[in-house]
Design a protein around this ligand. Structure first.
Ligand code: GAL
Length: 374
């Protein structure tokens, strides 16, 4: 009854005042200018009473997934109504710039660094004209959540550094490992034993789909798909969040995980990921651990109900806590539209933890009251 009443109010205010009072996953989501929000693969932070949503600014048609403008930002007081703050990290005209127009900038995530007072943006960077081969993590910095963000540099993380606990006998390659047939049992074992970590040891490890996580003790981590998207890496950031400390670990080796998102509740870390099917949706996975460094236990698909096996036709991109509500989290995902990327929509759902497992349940429409009703 309560939910019906609030949906009625939301319906009325939407038509009478042009305001949004609910989330409608997968539908067009208009900003204050009446335009569909353009912030894909995004992340959200909360600063002094305002939420900021950063994302990939997509354009129409073929090529619309490359960065022709940069990273966009929207602000909101209530999570339903978003004001367009414009492009906060702009692509550059200089063809020599790593973020020249036409490069690929994906999954931007912004965090605040308490020590330096700066806003730090990490994103997945692919250099123009090189497809997804560069596989880099890049960082930009700003004095304000509204930008402008200034581009600093890109990394292949953990160059010349082995992950924690990597056995000495695994540090040199066996003569024939490069010739193993992909997905043969021997090849899977070789991947699990670090074949690609060894391959990329000098150059630095790959970084594609990624998120940034700041723990309760303010330590920051980049969590990135590495080793040709076969293994996730968790890399600790320096105190200013601009570089890596050289402490890192591998998670779910050969598990083929992308799109990592993370939350912590009652001292347990929960991660949700996707499989690897490009822009097509697949079945989400979840993991838990009592330490960021693992061991991470695989605990299955967090989605329940219709289309749970396709993550409700979407792919994870971030989880953020709702302010002023204890342990209430919003899961953000994208419904990609590779034929016309600007049309991609957003699937935001409440994520709850039940019996130490994250649960994602579909709602056609919902609002923040669902949290108090649980
Ligand atoms: C997806 C990934 C997206 C984008 C896309 C390119 O798997 O999650 O961020 O990189 O592949 O095909």
């Amino acid at each position: 009854m309560k939910l019906k009443y609030s949906i009625l109010i939301s319906f009325l205010s939407c038509f009478v005042f042009g305001q949004n009072n609910s989330f409608q996953p997968g539908k067009l989501w208009k900003d204050n200018d009446g335009k569909h929000i353009n912030a894909h693969g995004g992340g959200v932070i909360f600063v002094d009473g305002t939420y900021y949503w950063y994302g990939e600014f997509k354009t129409e048609g073929k090529g619309g997934n490359t960065a022709l403008k940069g990273v966009s930002c929207y602000s909101s007081k209530d999570l339903y109504n978003w004001y367009n703050e414009g492009i906060v990290l702009k692509v550059e005209e200089d063809p020599k710039s790593e973020i020249t127009k036409g490069c690929i900038m994906e999954r931007p995530k912004v965090v605040f660094n308490k020590k330096t007072g700066k806003y730090i943006m990490w994103f997945h960077l692919e250099l123009k004209g090189q497809g997804y081969d560069a596989a880099k993590a890049a960082v930009a910095i700003s004095d304000s959540p509204k930008g402008p963000f200034v581009y600093k540099k890109s990394y292949r993380p953990n160059k010349g550094v082995w992950p924690i606990g990597f056995k000495d006998e695994l540090k040199s390659a066996s003569a024939d490992e490069r010739n193993l047939k992909s997905w043969s049992p021997e090849w899977i074992t070789a991947i699990q034993n670090g074949m690609l970590v060894r391959r990329d040891f000098k150059k630095g490890q790959m970084a594609r789909d990624m998120t940034v996580y700041v723990d309760d003790n303010d330590k920051g981590y980049l969590i990135h798909s590495s080793e040709e998207n076969l293994t996730l890496h968790i890399s600790e950031l320096t105190d200013d969040y601009l570089d890596f400390t050289e402490k890192w670990t591998r998670m779910a080796p050969a598990g083929h995980n992308e799109a990592p998102v993370i939350l912590k509740k009652d001292g347990i870390y929960y991660m949700i990921t996707s499989g690897c099917t490009g822009w097509e949706p697949n079945e989400a996975r979840s993991f838990k651990s009592s330490s960021i460094w693992g061991p991470w236990e695989s605990i299955g698909n967090p989605c329940i109900g219709k289309d749970a096996e396709l993550t409700f036709h979407s792919q994870s991109t971030y989880i953020f806590p709702v302010q002023g509500k204890k342990d209430q989290f919003v899961f953000m995902a994208d419904r990609w539209k590779p034929d016309n990327p600007i049309d991609g929509t957003y699937v935001w759902l409440p994520v709850t933890i039940k019996d130490e497992k994250p649960v994602l349940k579909w709602f056609d429409e919902w609002n923040l009251n669902v949290f108090s009703e649980n």
